[in-house]
Design a protein around this ligand. Structure first.
Ligand SMILES: Nc1nc2c(ncn2[C@@H]2O[C@H](COP(=O)(O)OP(=O)(O)O)[C@@H](O)[C@H]2O)c(=O)[nH]1
Ligand SMILES: [Mg+2]
Length: 282
């Protein structure tokens, strides 16, 4: 392994100067890629909760990923959200930059990285969208199996120009992958906001695929995907963490967890990406 992986990277370009230990990544990992407010943190909690309840996995914040004092608060917020997911959203500001370890039958199975949306796509500082922060470059240079979950949602990012710029960011990020082993999942989040794409109470992955492919703002992305002959199978996933309720009086938001089918399908895709079932073994 490259030595640099074991060094904490002092990220000077970061507004918050959080030192990251990329050496904490020691397993196949999943990156939650999406702009601010696209639902990455809530989605992480929703998936973690599903795994804990349904497959008896344990999801823990990796304690050596960050060294700063605030990280302890992140760990506590994560634990509190796992204990009571209904009050998750109000706490996500705290919980914006963490690595979680997923243990299945006591074996570390994968790691999920949830990072600030601005590190993937900045809506306010376009010059930030020309490079990746050092920790992201280090992580993407690692010789480990990666699964990239790219977040989309209905009417995201307000203008076509922003959506096109986001698509360029996605292209540039997936160009750091090696699709001989890595995997791409396009996740269309907050489908609870899109009753028009439901049929019989469900959203099909085909509906998501068509919705994304037919969006002219993402044309360059799908062309890039088509041009890469190693990208064989992409996951198209409808997703919703739950129903959100904003109380105007208290200015607080609460969440009711949504249908298990969403995290279940996401987990299925991640499983396939990380440990593809080789049918010829059986
Ligand atoms: N309707 C709906 N809103 C969501 C969903 N997930 C997240 N949100 C909203 O998006 C906000 C930001 O979510 P968060 O996970 O913090 O976004 P992040 O910045 O990408 O980590 C939440 O406070 C919710 O208001 C979802 O599944 N459905
Ligand atoms: Mg977040």
């Amino acid at each position: 392994m490259n030595n640099i992986d074991n060094l904490p990277s002092n990220d000077n370009s970061s507004s918050n100067h959080i030192p990251i230990n990329t050496g904490a990544i020691d397993s196949p990992f999943v990156v939650f890629f999406g702009p601010m407010e696209s639902g990455k943190t809530v989605g992480l909690i929703r998936l973690a909760k599903f795994l804990e309840i349904n497959i008896n996995a344990s999801v823990k914040v990796n304690e050596s990923f960050r060294y700063d004092n605030n990280y302890q608060k992140v760990i506590e917020s994560f634990q509190a959200a796992m204990a009571d997911p209904s009050s998750t959203p109000g706490r996500t500001q705290q919980m914006n930059f963490l690595l979680t370890d997923i243990y299945v039958k006591t074996k570390k199975w994968a790691q999920f990285l949830e990072a600030p949306g601005e590190d993937f796509f900045s809506q306010t500082a376009p010059e930030m969208n020309t490079r990746w922060k050092p920790y992201l470059n280090q992580i993407m240079a690692m010789n480990r199996r990666k699964t990239i979950i790219v977040f989309f949602e209905k009417n995201m990012l307000t203008t076509p120009a922003q959506r096109q710029a986001y698509a360029q960011r996605v292209i540039s990020f997936i160009n750091l992958c090696d699709f001989k082993k890595d995997k791409l999942i396009l996740l269309y989040n907050k489908v609870d906001n899109s009753p028009e794409i439901f049929m019989n109470g469900r959203v099909s992955s085909e509906a998501i695929k068509q919705n994304l492919i037919q969006n002219p703002d993402y044309k360059a992305l799908f062309q890039a995907i088509k041009n890469n002959r190693f990208i064989k199978k992409i996951g198209y996933l409808p997703f919703s963490s739950g129903a959100f309720y904003h109380d105007a009086n208290t200015n607080k938001e609460s969440m009711t967890m949504g249908n298990d089918n969403y995290p279940k399908a996401l987990w299925h895709q991640i499983e396939q990406a990380i440990r593809p079932k080789k049918w010829w073994i059986f």
